[in-house]
Design a protein around this ligand. Structure first.
Ligand SMILES: Nc1ncnc2c1ncn2[C@@H]1O[C@H](COP(=O)(O)OP(=O)(O)OP(=O)(O)O)[C@@H](O)[C@H]1O
Length: 200
């Protein structure tokens, strides 16, 4: 995935010499303090930020979020991932599944799995932060992908939501997805992840 990667910010190295390889069905967790560079690495992997040095290859491709082939291979939940306030969870999933006709997913079952069935027809603007997070995670996992990039997916989730998230990532791994996640969630870092990259 990455070799000898370095990102320089304001004349100093945020990180340098970073190597990371994640095989299909494996999960790498990125940990470390706020501001250490975890989100920056995820942005480099999705092609929305350039590294200063080193190489990045995801699914054999140079990351480029404008490339249809890349977007079909790599799904993502980043800091700035957003929803349409006026659309309902059901409308979001219908829209997504229309965009990816080969996605095998039942929106009713998906919403129920995330505990959102009773909020399926409520505009997103009226959902709680945790409910919006659950919908973003459904969106990221329902579309076709081989690689899943997650930035602190546990944010805003309650205890049950965090358990659901851990199960969701485990199911992704069982299905052969390669997962890279920045996380402070012990279940993801200590139990689910196959490797941990500690930022400092
Ligand atoms: N292109 C850039 N220009 C300016 N500053 C940048 C750039 N890329 C990253 N940074 C800075 O690098 C630092 C690392 O940010 P990043 O969001 O990657 O940290 P993080 O480990 O994900 O933190 P958190 O745990 O708080 O989410 C921040 O201070 C950020 O502002």
């Amino acid at each position: 995935m990455v070799a000898d990667l370095g990102v320089e910010v304001d004349g100093g190295w945020l990180f340098r010499g970073l190597a990371l390889t994640v095989a299909a069905g494996e999960c790498a967790a990125l940990t470390g303090p706020n501001g250490a560079g975890k989100s920056t690495l995820l942005r480099c992997l999705y092609g929305v930020q350039d590294a200063t040095e080193g190489s990045v290859s995801v699914c054999g491709q140079r990351p480029d979020e404008r490339s249809t082939a890349f977007r079909r291979a790599v799904s993502v939940l980043l800091d700035d991932s957003a929803l349409f306030d006026e659309l309902t969870p059901r409308q979001h999933l219908d829209l997504l599944l229309r965009s990816f006709p080969d996605a095998v997913a039942d929106p009713v079952a998906l919403l129920a799995s995330a505990g959102l069935d009773h909020r399926a027809s409520v505009p997103v603007a009226r959902l709680s932060a945790g409910q919006r997070r659950r919908l973003l995670l459904l969106g990221a996992t329902a579309r076709p992908h081989q690689v899943l990039l997650l930035d602190e997916p546990e944010r805003a989730l309650d205890t049950a939501g965090r358990d659901w998230l851990a199960g969701l990532v485990e199911a992704e791994l069982a299905g052969g997805t390669a997962v890279v996640t920045a996380s402070h969630h012990p279940a993801l870092v200590d139990r689910v992840a196959d490797s941990v990259v500690e930022f400092s």
